[in-house]
Design a protein. Sequence first.
Length: 279
Amino acid sequence: MLATQRRELILAEVERAGGVRVSELTELLGVSDMTVRRDLEQLEAHGWLRKVHGGAVLAVSSVEEPGFEAKSSMQQPAKRAIAARAVSLVEPNSSIAMSAGTTTWMLARGLQGATEPLSVVTNSTTVADMLAAGGQPLHMSVVLTGGVRTPSAALVGPIADRAIASLHVDRLFIGVHGMDARAGYTTPNLAEAQTNQALIASARQVVVLADSTKWGTVGLADFGRLSVADVLITDEGISDEARQVLEDQVGELIVVPVHEGALAGNDWSSSSRNGEIVR
């Protein structure tokens, strides 16, 4: 197979799955790790993808905002693992807020079987839909903020911000478009950045849910330094350099193995509580 043919196949796989691992590509293409890494370097040099620890993801500009459907196909095993660990942090008889995002959507799936009273505030239509799809129990109250819907299914703007500012929750679970040592947590949407700040201000504890491919991605607008996170949950694909920065900045870093990310979808009490607590 010619190098151009290999690279076309790699791009097709990245576009299909949202991201790929080097080990997957070596098996798919029948070539060595070094060959795959050279191909990834060439594709990155042309701006077609972005290399991450152990693989590559689609290249995204600072103002590009992928739709919910596009994002939901990316990094599914890692997001499931992160969501499964996040479920174990939800305490009965508490109030939580959940931002928009595909990882928080998976968290909502894991909360469908909640058997204790729980109040949920969200600015995500997809999170609210997921909770309702599980036959929302009477003891779970869901507050949808209202606002203007973004491509990522977030409700943002003055209406959302005012609603959130009037509420106070025990714990916020928030997804991010990108995280970076200098820029902090970012999003490509200016209005969403402001709404995320309102969510952070409403919570006693902030839990950031971010798969390892988010490291090094910088969106147009930031909504908090890395230290805003009392807890950050990510997956084992995070690089050693990123891990060191996060250990120094966040209150508690939890790194989860990807293989443990299966969510039953209706049992929040039995979700995995394992994970490496780094700090």
